[in-house]
Design a protein around this ligand. Structure first.
Ligand SMILES: *[C@@H]1O[C@H](CO)[C@@H](O)[C@H](O)[C@H]1NC(C)=O
Ligand SMILES: *[C@@H]1O[C@H](CO)[C@@H](O)[C@H](O)[C@H]1NC(C)=O
Ligand SMILES: *[C@@H]1O[C@H](CO)[C@@H](O)[C@H](O)[C@H]1NC(C)=O
Ligand SMILES: *[C@@H]1O[C@H](CO)[C@@H](O)[C@H](O)[C@H]1NC(C)=O
Ligand SMILES: *[C@@H]1O[C@H](CO)[C@@H](O)[C@H](O)[C@H]1NC(C)=O
Length: 466
């Protein structure tokens, strides 16, 4: 419900029951935020984000045309002049070829937002974050301030952000999020500000802020995933001014979450959830909500035509990352990158569908859980805990099915007559015994390959353990 709006008519009894909620002091009037980190950092993250746990990141841009190296292709080739990139251009393109010309080939010939949405949702993810513009500056919507460097005037000639928004919102229940790079490598206004040590501010008010307001007002993202501070401080970006608007007056102020990439030295300190480094996965509980964003292709966020099978994470590695991340209080944002043709390569689709089948069995140990008092076991390695305190449930997720079928856990304290242990995806309760002082020994069932509920990691659900 929007601020100031009140439901119209209510039955009298209901009115009476609701009365305390409407009294001053308990009113639903949301708090206003000041454009200071102190005020903005005090905002509670909308609850949906922590409950969701798992999202998919999509990197799609002109860099998928060379499809070589990474999404940093332009910079490595033109700015750093890395020999590999210079040689690649020399061997494959005529002299004088410019990066901008790649956009002609960025056609998205087979792009179908519904197909993408169906593949994405099969993963069990609860949100999607789409790159609307990376450091190359090419935008996937007709930004008012992009000249013709966007997907409507060039390449696919489509508003990709709009088509994705419609497909995600219409075909799935996933939350729709947008990534936006604040700076652009070669934007002349940004370069001028940079040359002036950011004492001038030509670029933010003429490009960055109009884009961000346009994105938020038009597509109403529930995640705004900022990136690319260009080594400029948040005062240059006026990040606190923008976030105050986002939290106070924007159409998504009640549901939107943001990250921590809003200016030099702000990362891991200010904003919404913390991303710290790419592929951040500390292995211990953090006091602040965080997200592990990682790539299935270990080398790159963007599609590489020359990637080898061994460059991709296996499903076992992905399941382990997910377990570690969630048990330590993080969300897991897993990146894929479609090709210039607008196709999600089958290797990514396979990983998405695999994690989806795992989630169908084990989702209870992930979605809506809270970190437990211990994150991992102290006796058996690679066992990760989560919990649902209200239901008195603790989950122990494990990665190796012991040939003895005996799982020894040092952390849970079990009580005879009260504690019940289940394997998710298997209907019968499991036998267990207590260890002296603390710890529990669980006997796994004898299962054939066909009876195994899943293949890449399992979850024990323990009711009433301490
Ligand atoms: C896009 O994909 C959807 C779902 O697979 C399908 O129903 C639709 O016909 C496709 N659209 C086009 C233009 O091919
Ligand atoms: C685009 O710019 C024009 C002219 O400044 C303005 O009237 C229009 O509202 C802008 N559109 C959006 C979506 O911001
Ligand atoms: C959403 O899907 C329904 C049917 O599933 C369709 O009738 C409607 O046109 C779609 N809306 C949009 C905006 O695509
Ligand atoms: C910063 O953003 C706020 C909110 O949009 C705006 O009122 C203010 O004028 C901006 N400040 C500067 C220095 O651009
Ligand atoms: C797991 O738990 C032990 C004991 O509490 C701890 O020393 C270790 O660092 C933890 N983390 C990992 C990744 O094993």
């Amino acid at each position: 419900m929007g601020r100031g709006q009140r439901p119209a008519a209510r039955p009298a009894l209901l009115q009476l029951l609701l009365l305390p909620l409407l009294l001053p002091g308990c009113s639903a009037e949301p708090k206003r935020y000041e454009p200071t980190w102190e005020s903005l950092d005090a905002r509670e993250l909308p609850a949906w984000f922590d409950e969701a746990k798992f999202g998919i990141f999509i990197h799609w841009g002109v860099y998928t045309v060379p499809g070589f190296g990474s999404e940093w292709f332009w910079w490595y080739w033109r700015q750093l002049k890395l020999p590999e990139f210079v040689a690649f251009m020399k061997a494959n393109y005529p002299p004088g070829f410019t990066y901008e010309e790649f956009a002609v080939e960025f056609k998205g010939t087979f792009f179908n937002a519904s197909t993408w949405a169906d593949i994405l949702v099969s993963s069990g993810a609860k949100y999607v974050v789409l790159t609307t513009k990376h450091h190359e500056g090419f935008s996937l919507w007709k930004s008012n301030n992009s000249w013709n460097w966007n997907s409507v005037d060039r390449g696919p000639r489509k508003d990709i952000v709009k088509e994705m928004e419609v497909a995600i919102r219409n075909r799935t229940k996933m939350h729709f999020g947008l990534y936006y790079s604040l700076f652009e490598w070669f934007n002349p206004l940004f370069l001028e500000d940079q040359a002036n040590s950011f004492q001038t501010r030509y670029y933010p008010p003429s490009k960055c802020w109009p884009d961000l307001y346009e994105l938020v007002n038009t597509y109403k993202p529930e995640i705004l995933w900022s990136d690319g501070d260009g080594d400029a401080p948040d005062t240059y970006w006026n990040s606190t001014g923008f976030l105050a608007w986002l939290y106070n007056d924007s159409p998504v102020r009640d549901t939107v979450v943001t990250n921590d990439r809003w200016g030099l030295n702000n990362i891991c300190k200010h904003g919404g959830f913390f991303t710290c480094n790419d592929r951040y996965n500390p292995g211990y509980l953090l006091p602040h909500k965080w997200e592990n964003c990682l790539t299935i292709d270990k080398e790159s966020w963007s599609y590489r035509r020359d990637a080898k099978l061994s460059d991709y994470l296996t499903i076992e590695e992905i399941v382990e990352q997910l377990m570690e991340t969630v048990s330590c209080g993080g969300n897991f944002l897993m990146n894929i990158s479609p090709t210039k043709d607008g196709v999600i390569p089958p290797i990514f689709e396979e990983r998405l569908r695999q994690i989806g089948t795992w989630m169908q069995v084990n989702g209870e140990s992930i979605y809506g859980t809270k970190p437990w008092r211990a994150q991992n076991d102290t006796i058996t390695p690679r066992v990760w805990y989560t919990s649902k305190p209200k239901e008195n449930l603790v989950y122990a997720m494990f990665l190796q099915w012991p040939s003895s079928r005996i799982v020894v856990l040092d952390q849970p304290i079990a009580t005879v007559g009260a504690t019940e242990v289940k394997l998710l995806g298997y209907e019968h309760p499991l036998k267990w015994t207590s260890l002296p002082n603390h710890g529990i020994v669980v006997k796994l069932p004898e299962l054939t390959v066909d009876e195994m509920p899943c293949k890449w990691g399992w979850s024990l659900e323990m009711k009433n353990v301490k």
